[in-house]
Design a protein. Structure first.
Length: 83
């Protein structure tokens, strides 16, 4: 049995691309009725800690899984193991 996702982090400086990434992730999580927490992080220290090179980015349970573009809903579903 897969461990449920606890935290999804959206990382970036707060730009339009980062806000859109947050919107897409939130939509997919709500649509799938997942009970995970979604956090928005603008911390440069956190981005460095994860080895982030491009924003926007997504980390799931502390593991960087996407960076450098706004993912569409299907990409987010794949990242979350829903597709």
């Amino acid at each position: 049995m897969e461990t449920p996702i606890k935290v999804i982090e959206i990382l970036g400086p707060g730009c339009v691309r980062c806000r859109e990434t947050h919107r897409v992730v939130t939509h997919v999580v709500e649509e799938a009725r997942l009970t995970c927490k979604i956090e928005k992080s603008e911390s440069i220290d956190r981005m460095i800690e994860l080895g982030l090179l491009q924003t926007p980015a997504i980390a799931i349970d502390g593991r960087l899984v996407h960076q450098g573009s706004i993912p569409n809903a299907e990409q987010v579903k794949r990242l979350l193991g829903l597709a």
